[in-house]
Design a binder for this molecule. Structure first.
Ligand code: NAD
Ligand code: MG
Length: 287
């Protein structure tokens, strides 16, 4: 693929909209052939309307899973994701709501099981980021909102899901390269991603005896609607160079992450738990 040049841009709403990204992102490659790795399975993906979550959802569908998608309020993006999943011949359930609300997380899990019959794979992926270059400029409200979305939501959803997850189930958390290398413009966000790393590792050890695996993916700069309302709002020109600091000199596409979610979701990874897959354009971060 020729990786398209990113234009200077910003968005004023949060979460950002996939439909407004220029150029549009790629979610799955035409060359990706499913082989039934998730046939008969059901996945629940938070933040699955757009970006990395949508890529995971569409890859799961190509591998034979039905998928329920949680998202805040980007209804058109969610409809687009649903169409893509249905085009793979799978069912898709849309579940809008605020992940900071524990009862919504519980309802989403129950709706998924009621409508799609079971739950085998949970992807904790919803997240928000806002740029502040000085710690003094992070308000209590921003700090708390970022934590409530990025880590409390993972806890609420996982706790609700556990009563339905059986031996062989998989939990996949989306963390970030930022918790491994730090990001001076995103101190609150980076802190939540560090919390996710701890959550993944501790929970993995707790759930081993139930034969439920817990792993995480640490993306580098990926072209999604997370960026125009945060980096782009801070300085639209920053997006022209988005990802240029990585060894590969470019940002990644969501399509470059989806196969890793499949790997962690399916039985290919039965001997893998508590681990991190780094998908970041070649930056060695360890950990
Ligand atoms: P995205 O905007 O497409 O996805 C984030 C999703 O989170 C949104 O679609 C939104 O529906 C959901 N969300 C946000 N606040 C919510 C709330 N209060 N309630 C319910 N849902 C809410 O962007 P993305 O980049 O695909 O982000 C997915 C994950 O990837 C996030 O956890 C993000 O931190 C992580 N990540 C992204 C990058 C990147 O460069 N894009 C890098 C590292 C990690
Ligand atoms: Mg979205």
């Amino acid at each position: 693929m020729a990786y398209p040049k990113i234009h200077a841009q910003k968005q004023d709403r949060l979460p950002g909209l996939e439909r407004e990204l220029q150029p549009p992102a790629e979610f799955i490659r035409d060359s990706y052939k499913g082989s039934g790795k998730l046939a008969g399975k059901v996945a629940l993906v938070s933040g699955g309307d757009s970006g990395i979550g949508r890529a995971a959802a569409v890859h799961f569908a190509r591998e034979g899973a039905d998928v329920a998608i949680m998202y805040l309020d980007e209804h058109q993006d969610a409809e687009d994701a649903k169409r893509m999943i249905e085009a793979e011949g799978q069912r898709c359930l849309l579940l809008p709501g605020d992940i900071r609300d524990s009862s919504y997380c519980k309802d989403a899990v129950e709706q998924t099981v009621k409508t799609l019959g079971q739950l085998d794979v949970l992807v904790n992926n919803a997240g928000r980021q806002e740029v502040q270059t000085r710690l003094e400029d992070i308000t209590d409200e921003q700090w708390e909102k970022t934590f409530a979305t990025n880590i409390h939501g993972y806890f609420y959803l996982t706790r609700a899901a556990l009563r339905h997850l059986k031996a062989g189930a998989s939990i996949i958390n989306t963390t970030s390269i930022n918790s491994f290398i730090g990001n001076p413009m995103l101190v609150d966000y980076t802190s939540t991603k560090g919390a996710i790393d701890g959550f993944t590792r501790a929970l993995s050890q707790q759930l081993i005896e139930r034969d439920i695996r817990v792993n995480q993916i640490a993306p580098g700069p990926i072209w999604t609607p997370l960026q125009p309302p945060s980096l782009g709002k801070h300085d639209p020109e920053l997006l022209e160079d988005f990802g240029s600091q990585m060894p590969m000199g470019r940002c990644g596409q969501p399509s470059e992450l989806g196969p890793a979610y499949v790997y962690l979701a399916c039985e290919d990874s039965t001997y893998v738990s508590g681990q991190t897959i780094h998908i970041n354009g070649g930056k060695v971060v360890n950990g």
